[in-house]
Write a protein that binds this ligand. Sequence first.
Ligand code: SAM
Length: 216
Amino acid sequence: MRLRHIRGAEETIAESPYVIQEPELHKGSWNQVFGNDNPIQIEVGMGKGRFIMELAQQNPDINYIGIERYSSVLLRGLQKRAQLELNNIYFMCIDAKNMADYFAPGEVDKIYLNFSDPWPKDRHLTSPDFMAVYDKILAADGMVEFKTDNKGLFDYSLEAIPEAGWTITAHTFDLHHDPVMCAGNVMTEYEEKFSSMGNPICKLIAMREPKENEEN
Ligand code: SAM
């Protein structure tokens, strides 16, 4: 995402009631933040947040947390958030590599990765280091859902994710023409942009391989 710093973005985020300011304080007790025991789902790299806010509107019984590391990008999401009456979504302005500092083992049910730049020049969100972070915080039956139009990144992920000890339970190279995987699909900003340019959208779903003592 091209980034232009917006003056005052940090201050606005620091004062926003929609942004969790000291997430480390809530490790293991996110149910108190939301006031219920509903499952928690996270989008890493939410950008302007259209996808996760749409999910939050559709699913009031699921709690959502959008993570975005750049304040100038998150700021755009806050403007939209202010127009919505929702009590099941918060944002965090952090680098996702530190998520295990903020969530206890098994505290998260699902992680969405949508159009997860940067690739290939920096650490990408389906790399072994990041999969190890997700492994720490996801429930035993938790899953990662990943969408991208970047074939190189997708091919890499199809190989790297199983090598990191995960099973890819489903995948497609053309989501919008796959009626099963596309059922209920919520478009992200980037998905709309790239699919309107004719780029096929790839998607995979990954879960951990069961540990030996969990098999029976
Ligand atoms: N998910 C949105 C979509 O599909 O429209 C935005 C996609 S944008 C290409 C990727 C976003 O991921 C950027 O806003 C970037 O700042 C964010 N991002 C990348 N790596 C991140 C990390 N380690 N922690 C938090 N956000 C990250």
